[in-house]
Design a protein around this ligand. Structure first.
Ligand SMILES: Nc1ncnc2c1ncn2[C@@H]1O[C@H](COP(=O)(O)OP(=O)(O)OP(=O)(O)O)[C@@H](O)[C@H]1O
Ligand SMILES: O=P(O)(O)OC[C@H]1O[C@H](OP(=O)(O)OP(=O)(O)O)[C@H](O)[C@@H]1O
Ligand SMILES: [Mg+2]
Length: 287
């Protein structure tokens, strides 16, 4: 090895949908690194942090074992691996559900009817536990992908897989029987971390970026008499910043607003009598 020091070790998915997403997040948080072509290891510039590129589904186990201190992965994979790790952050991306799915024309109506049936899945532990709670014992056909085709291939009567938009199900003429859980991309940590101070710094940096992605800065002028009502519309993250204008009858307000609610909030403020309403994108913040 030789390459790995006693620096904080963070595991990143080496490929797949979480790979780009977690790499971009680190770069935006000022953790700069350059991954050599197909390299499995990188140093963060100017900080005592080593990055290791791993398979997304191995990251929970490797964090639990302490081989790496932190890692980006799916909360579904942490549950499936039953990994003893701490969730430090939800990253607000990679949201999906795990569902029991059956053919469109199936007559099965509930999970307990799956007793004695064959289920194809990449999540045999979560599936078994769920079915156990519903008094069903099924035969698990454990696979690592393309699960939706398994009923047509004749190896399963039902499947348990991740669903986001539902288009893969539709394309394979399947429908959801029951949802088992909701998951998203998370940052996990081992409690016996090599450098907890640095780990906390990484979390603070990433929080700055993740919150900034969800919020915008809204600025507007409002008649002083309407300030109370305006504050109810835009209570802010902590509280809004109020400034004075030369005209005492007016106040200026700066406040964080959820980006998804900005248009709606702007309309409400305008109706209340606000003017000069501006939305500014935030790329990073410390609250
Ligand atoms: N369709 C989806 N929408 C949103 N998140 C998803 C979806 N599918 C999977 N995820 C999340 O991304 C994680 C990684 O997915 P997965 O292991 O399938 O890797 P991948 O990016 O699809 O690469 P691979 O080609 O190896 O399947 C999952 O554990 C889950 O948390
Ligand atoms: O509801 P949808 O938006 O269609 O997304 C769900 C699909 O996405 C994932 O597959 P992925 O793309 O990772 O392919 P894989 O089976 O090769 O892992 C998941 O395993 C489902 O098949
Ligand atoms: Mg996949």
């Amino acid at each position: 090895m030789g390459q790995l020091s006693n620096n904080l070790r963070i595991g990143l998915p080496s490929k797949g949908r979480l790979s780009e997403l977690s790499g971009e997040l680190l770069l935006q948080a000022g953790l700069n690194f350059r991954r050599q072509n197909r390299g499995l290891f990188a140093k963060v510039k100017g900080l005592p942090i080593d990055l290791v590129f791993l398979r997304t589904d191995d990251i929970p186990t490797l964090v639990a074992e302490g081989a790496i201190d932190m890692g980006f992965t799916g909360s579904d994979l942490v549950e499936e691996a039953n990994a003893n790790v701490t969730t430090r952050m939800r990253l607000g991306v990679g949201r999906c559900r795990l569902a029991i799915c059956i053919p469109d024309d199936s007559t099965i109506r509930s999970a307990n009817e799956l007793d004695g049936k064959r289920i194809a899945t990449s999540f045999p532990h979560i599936t078994k536990a769920y079915l156990g709670q519903h008094n069903a014992l099924a035969h698990m056909v454990s696979l690592s992908g393309s699960v939706e085709v398994m009923i047509q291939l004749g190896v399963a009567d039902a499947i348990v897989d991740l669903v986001e938009t539902g288009s893969t199900l539709a394309a394979n003429r399947l429908r959801i029987l029951e949802e088992i859980g909701s998951y998203e991309t998370i940052l996990i940590q081992n409690d016996a971390c090599r450098d907890s101070e640095m780990a906390d710094r990484v979390v603070r940096r990433l929080e700055g970026v993740v919150i900034a992605r969800d919020y915008s800065l809204l600025e507007y002028n409002i008649p002083t008499a309407k300030l109370g009502e305006a504050e109810k519309i835009t209570p802010g993250f902590n509280s809004p910043t109020i400034g004075t204008l030369e005209d005492e009858a007016w106040r200026s307000v700066r406040v964080m607003v959820r980006s998804s609610e900005v248009i709606d909030v702007m309309e409400k403020l305008e109706r209340l009598g606000a003017s000069a309403i501006f939305q500014t994108t935030i790329s990073n913040c410390r609250l």
